[in-house]
Design a protein around this ligand. Structure first.
Ligand code: DC
Length: 230
């Protein structure tokens, strides 16, 4: 597919779980008048749909394109984002449950699944004006992105942010347990054979551990304006 830039540049935001990619991407898109593509949401919707269809995780590596089609997962542009549906139902909330969190890395490690999603993800960038976040956006999905940022953050701080977001307690025990879960997912995401979590050679690394949200967004917006030429 040929990409043009009628609507602006493409910004790729990659990084480990809980580094603040999605919330940063959403705010950057808002600021620039771009659209936000949360690629993780697509893997989550497929996970949710497969669980609901009672396809056991051990079978996921053998899913065929036809079976994936039948899961009826779609992402349609709506406002500045994409609305994920399964069988026509909005799954925006359903895909954020602990059950999906616990299984999604397995779905994302299946090569046929990544291949199946590729066209839909690239289609979103066909005219530019996109902030896409995920694990392989700058390396595989949009290697031609004008701006690639790689967000990193210490595991305990990522855990604290995630727990606060969920309205859960943030005792030291809970922080430790959540940090271990996040690192477990990172390990699967970085260790898989296909399109692992990786920093693109030409990415700008941003450590958000000691940045507040506003500063994080501003850092990306500033780079984006420079790369877009104004
Ligand atoms: O960003 P997230 O937590 O919603 O991502 C959910 C899972 O999907 C996570 O295990 C990593 C995987 N993922 C991926 O492999 N490639 C992407 N581009 C985005 C997400």
């Amino acid at each position: 597919m040929k990409l043009d830039r009628t609507d602006g540049i493409i910004i790729a935001l990659d990084g480990p779980a809980g580094s603040g990619k999605s919330s940063t991407a959403r705010a950057v898109a808002e600021r620039l008048g771009y659209r936000h593509l949360d690629s993780g949401a697509f893997y989550r919707a497929l996970t949710w749909a497969a669980l609901r269809a009672n396809i056991p995780p051990e079978r996921w590596p053998e899913l065929t394109p036809d079976e994936l089609d039948r899961l009826d997962v779609h992402g349609a542009p709506e406002g500045r984002a994409y609305r994920l549906t399964v069988g026509g139902w909005d799954v925006s909330e359903a895909i954020r449950t602990p059950e999906v969190n616990a299984h999604v890395s397995r779905m994302a490690a299946v090569p046929a699944v990544r291949e199946w999603l590729m066209d839909a993800l690239r289609e979103a960038g066909a005219r530019g004006g996109l902030v896409a976040d995920g694990r392989d956006i700058g390396t595989v999905v949009f290697p031609e992105a004008e701006l690639k940022a790689y967000l990193v953050c210490e595991p305990e701080e990522r855990a604290r942010r995630r727990l606060r977001e969920q309205g859960a307690g943030v005792s030291e025990d809970e922080v430790r347990a959540e940090a271990a879960r996040l690192q477990g997912r990172d390990q699967i995401d970085s260790g898989r054979a296909v399109a692992p979590l990786a920093e693109a050679a030409d990415a700008v690394r941003i450590d958000t551990t000691r940045l507040d949200f506003e500063a994080q967004v501003e850092a990306v917006v500033k780079l984006a304006r420079e790369r877009a030429g104004g």
